[in-house]
Design a protein. Structure first.
Length: 430
């Protein structure tokens, strides 16, 4: 009996300067295909949305090919699949009575499999709208005991469908390489133990709360700074002079640098928390699925959450920690102790379970639910009926372990009794 284990490695790509524009153009057409597919397939509330990739390809593939001249056929297919998969998630949420909206795509993220990319241990060849571009990996001088050495350079692992991302702040491209390995379940080999730190992001109070009870940053301070910036900018726009125009751009850059630095410090604390608890993974909620929570100043909050996750992923990579996302459904309503799911369980910043009377900070409760979701996902991902290695999630006192029986029951087994002490606050920049 065997099962598969997947590890994701983030590696910087050395893209020739004269080919960077080709990757940007490729991303623009890839996102165009995803958005066009979403427009075509999203038919709520009048009709049933299209969630089948084959049905979408039959209906729109030829049009997209003609509208995106030069884009590799496989990338068109991957864009269609991304949109239909996301719409499928939306349909599931609608069926549960949750609010959702049509997916939208405006970030740099291109999905490559082995038909549009050729993977090597030291480089990758990527299809673009202007032919292929060969990019060498920027690897550590001593890759031993790093994710690059353990997975990317390890012949026991093979490349699977991966994604290419772009960091606009550093003008760098990154390959999020998915590395797969088939594990023998005979007992001679076993999957690596996994330990997850869950993170719940917020629009007010603290920016992030971890499953270990660490409160990070101050979302209220960040929002206040932004409101002051917007007021100042509006005043300068009304003035209309050249001096006001120049000042307008200066304060815009100043606020951007300040907020980036603030989120940098927050992300550093999150990674330190994960590293200190021996975590192999950090779990966030999927940003594409939490729009209803951030309707106030949505664009800014989406940017802040996205920037925080990107910075955490970048720093976590240096510690060999993988960052992944989970479906956020019910994380704020479900009791992390007994599993009871009622909207009435949460009242503002306080969570009080109506079933077992467990009472705790609501964001801390949500962070534990986020961590548990990824632990279960990792357990299932081993594809072993015997359960393979331990999959745990870190708490402020001990850990919780999910085992083979949890794959069916979703019921965690405690390896150490959790205390009910108050979580630890950690204000950044205060």
């Amino acid at each position: 009996m065997a099962w598969e284990v997947t590890r994701t490695v983030r590696v910087r790509l050395d893209v020739p300067d004269d080919r960077k524009s080709d990757l940007h153009a490729t991303n623009s057409k890839f996102q165009y295909c995803a958005n066009r597919t979403a427009d075509w397939a999203w038919r709520y509330p009048d009709e049933d949305c299209v969630t089948s990739k084959s049905e979408a390809e039959a209906g729109i593939y030829d049009e997209l090919r003609s509208e995106t001249d030069g884009l590799h056929a496989n990338l068109v297919q991957k864009a269609i699949k991304r949109a239909t998969d996301d719409i499928g998630n939306c349909v599931d949420r609608l069926a549960e009575g949750e609010n959702t909206s049509k997916p939208e795509y405006d970030t740099f993220s291109i999905v490559y499999d082995k038909r549009a990319a050729t993977y090597y241990r030291d480089k990758v060849s990527l299809a673009t709208v202007n032919g292929r571009v060969e990019c060498e990996y920027d690897l550590p001088d001593d890759p031993e005991c790093t994710p690059h050495g353990e997975y990317l350079l390890n012949d026991d692992y093979s490349f699977s469908t991966s994604t290419v991302h772009y960091d606009s702040e550093t003008d760098e491209f990154y390959l999020h390489a998915a590395m797969e390995r088939e594990i023998d379940a005979s007992g001679l080999e076993k999957a690596e133990d996994s330990r997850v730190l869950g993170v719940d992001c917020n629009v007010d109070a603290h920016i992030a709360v971890t499953s270990t009870g660490r409160f990070v940053g101050n979302a209220d301070a960040l929002n206040h700074k932004r409101r002051e910036f917007e007021k100042r900018r509006a005043s300068l726009q009304r003035t209309g002079t050249r001096s006001a125009h120049l000042t307008y751009h200066r304060i815009g850059d100043r606020f951007g640098r300040w907020s980036e630095d603030y989120l940098h410090r927050c992300s550093k604390q999150i990674v330190a928390e994960a590293d200190g608890h021996g975590c192999t993974h950090i779990a966030f909620e999927d940003l594409a699925q939490i729009r209803e929570r951030i309707s106030d100043s949505k664009k800014f909050q989406q940017w802040a959450f996205h920037a925080l996750q990107e910075q955490v992923a970048y720093k976590a990579d240096e510690h060999g920690i993988v960052v992944e996302t989970v479906d956020p459904s019910y994380t704020s309503q479900q009791c992390s102790k007994c599993g009871c799911t009622l909207e009435e369980n949460r009242d503002g910043q306080r969570f009080a379970c109506l079933d077992c009377s467990y009472s705790v900070n609501a964001d801390y409760n949500a962070a534990k639910n986020v961590a548990r979701k990824l632990a279960l996902k990792l357990q299932r991902g081993q594809k072993s009926p015997a359960g393979g290695a331990f999959c745990q999630y870190a708490l402020k006192s001990g850990v919780m372990t999910v085992n083979a029986t949890d794959v069916a029951s979703d019921t965690p087994v405690s390896t150490e009794r959790e205390s009910t002490d108050k979580p630890t606050a950690s204000a950044v920049g205060s």
